[in-house]
Write a new protein. Structure first.
Length: 72
């Protein structure tokens, strides 16, 4: 499995578990973003985190399949 397949499986698992406990899917997804940003900042530092977030925000419209491009 690729790193994105692992990440997507973790997202599906977290959402399923949260919804099963009565949580809103959107709130679980937001919590995953917040927790992921904090974990990445601890791992890679503030500058790398900011750069990654700015890049992702530039692609938020979905015009580019960034997961496909990065998997190359």
């Amino acid at each position: 499995m690729s790193k994105y397949q692992h990440a997507n499986a973790a997202i599906e698992q977290a959402v399923s578990a949260g919804v099963a406990e009565g949580l809103d899917k959107g709130e679980v997804l937001l919590a995953l973003i917040v927790a992921s940003v904090a974990a990445y900042r601890s791992e890679a530092g503030s500058k790398a985190t900011r750069d990654a977030l700015l890049y992702e925000l530039g692609e938020v419209e979905g015009a580019t399949d960034t997961q496909f491009i990065r998997s190359r």
